[in-house]
Ligand binder design. Sequence first.
Ligand SMILES: *Cc1c(COP(=O)(O)O)cnc(C)c1O
Length: 855
Amino acid sequence: MKALRRFTVRAQLPDRLSPLAELSVNLRWSWHSPTQDLFESIDPELWVSSERDPVRLLGEVGPDRLRELATDDRFVARLAELTDELHEYLRRPLWFQRELEAGQDLPAGIAYFSMEFGVSEVLPNYSGGLGILAGDHLKAASDLGLPLIGVGLLYRSGYFRQSLTADGWQAERYPSLDPQGLPLRLLTDDGGTAVLVHVAMPGDRVLRARVWIAQVGRIPLLLLDSDIADNDPELRGVTDRLYGGDQDHRVKQEILAGVGGVRAVRAYTTIHNLPAPSVFHMNEGHAGFLGLERIRELLADNSNGLDFDSALTAVRASTVFTTHTPVPAGIDRFPADLVRHYFGDGSAQSSLLPGIALDRILELGREQDPSVFNMAHMGLRSAQRANGVSKLHGIVSRGMFEALWPGFDAGEVPIGSVTNGVHAPTWASRRWIELADDTMEEAEGWERLGDVPEQELWRIRGDLRAELVDEVRRRVKASALERGSTEAELGWTADVFDPNVLTVGFARRVPTYKRLTLMLRQPDRLRAMLLDPERPVQLVVAGKSHPADDGGKALIQQIVRFADEADVRHRIVFLPDYDMSMARYLYWGCDVWLNNPLRPLEACGTSGMKSALNGGLNLSIRDGWWDEMYDGENGWAIPTADGVVDEHRRDDLEAAALYELLEKSVLPKFYDRNAEGLPARWVEMVRHTLQRTGPKVLASRMVRDYTTGYYGPASRAGVAATADGFAGAKALAEYRSRIDSAWPSLRVLEVDSSGLPDTPVLGSELTLTAHVDLAGLAPGDVVVQAVLGKADSDENLSGVVTVPMAHSGQGPEGEAVFDVDTTLPMSGNVGYTVRVLPHHPSLAGDAELGRVAAP
Ligand SMILES: *Cc1c(COP(=O)(O)O)cnc(C)c1O
């Protein structure tokens, strides 16, 4: 018989064990191995069979065992110790509190919005890198003491679970999750009633959502859930799946995350008596509607005297937008008509955002084609500060969004970068963490690994590889059974992989640009490497394809078919259902982490960082993080065929370079052993990676970078905008409107140079004078710059130096005159021009408004 409905009943804990409840629902346990050990000691077998999920374990453990533990004084004492330790962790002053103490002006609160969060496999609310990054962000924010609140959706089925059919095709399952069985609690008001967030839908309907709270150490993560009886069946399904459904479904999810998300934050901070967040961070554009809701809030309060523009100005000041993809198809875009449908005309009392005119909304997401609404553009227009996720991705993003700042060179586009990081206590094996005295979230812990003897480094690497081999065997067997083999046919799976063979890992989602099958470009060459009698390599591959992407599924099938062949199946495996629980073994145990994206389409990439934290050496195209952190000793850079336009030829060349590196450099280093049987050069690279690369890839470094470079400035700008009855926001909005109306008539009338000798040399003096018709603006409203640089034959300037010019008086027609004395900063073909930009102390930079005038 099948159950109509399934739910989890939590065990009644004896009094002396009651603290287990808190330890099991605060997800801190997921990066605190002593707490994991405590749960394991309750019942080691059940711990494994319940997939190391404390809530599940406590639900399944028998009452006899619980009674027994309640009388076990050692267990009870250990429980008390760990509970005290957790309370101490939740309370003690950390980095953020020390910064405040030292006088830093930092935000009172930060709301961090993301469509997915991968905190732990027990809360499968993520699809891949973006979500896991968000999870790591929360954990590092907790470890650093940031007053941050995470905001997202709780999906009934999360992302899909992957298995393989007999012929190697990806099959998807969507097991539904029971919130009762997850480490969640409901947001309730003082009377204990569940808070419901309301969002108006067209046709006088209302989408309601309850709000679950996952406690991630010190950080509350609010997850909105529409699966409640108060909703009609269609609206109930809004939070059914992550990245499933059509555009209409998707826009409803994003409205709930953005608009509903702000409402959930308001309810949470009011109930818990916390300050309202002074910074809102959009992790990718999906929650971009949050800015509109904040504008609505400001307009609804008539006492502010704000209009749309000044409200937008105030909201922008305190908003940060992070873009995560340089792949245009990865950008979220909706038909403008869909946005029209949901946002209506803003007039009716029942509309989604009363008081906001539709054309203002459409304007924020506008792109070249007016029928399209672009969520990334909306993010950039509604946040005063924006960034990409590695240095290279910063450069690529400035080029990609250049059109939003017409007249500026890509290099001046105001999009910065914060390179992603990974949460070491989550991703580094406890073998390393224990060696470094548990200080892995700090650079010093990693630096200490420089002193570990080489035998010990090599022994740990071997142990981790052996653990991976066991896990590979277990999973290969399970997958073969699922694909229809019988137990009797599966003897071979016991000998899959060898704990002494160089192990290469490749695991990631399967979009085309990641080139899953590049390694198969020359199948015979790969086969020869796998089967080499002296120096073989073994390869573990994993990854999910988006359910709608048959192209990706065909790539998986190609790998699976190759790995199914009897002569190589002990050396190459495809493991289905890549998720955090599998990923961990791969990062721990692989000697080499392979990544071969089509440069520069990998924004950052974080799996290689996790491998590096375990002494894995990266073998990667110089893309994303590897472009800035490859240092010659922490792995290998696969040469790229950048200029080659034909993609097949490019793949051929890059695959050949990959084989060559493996054959000539990677394998010899691994198999060359010294008198003690150690691969000395390899171990030195492992040591270097742990010691030097480790500290740079930490999520704590990333969150500090966000705090000092983005959250702090955004919070200060937001406070300045709202102080004195929003005087700052009103002044900047008024300024912006003056710039908008004056700019079309602003003219650089004339530029004169003087003082240059007949044969100018480097350092020669030059006086520039510019006459500018400011079209009614004051000289202080603008900055006039002399721009000098190398000029090519088309007069394009490059490598420019800009020098501000001083207002020196009025010309004959009443125009403003600006001049400057400067020296020639370079030799060769030099050119100059003059340009005018808006200038206001509340702007984050002179390029912000995307206005520039030149002769
Ligand atoms: C880290 C991680 C990712 C992201 O890896 P990329 O290198 O960014 O592709 C995806 N899935 C899982 C399970 C991960 O742990």
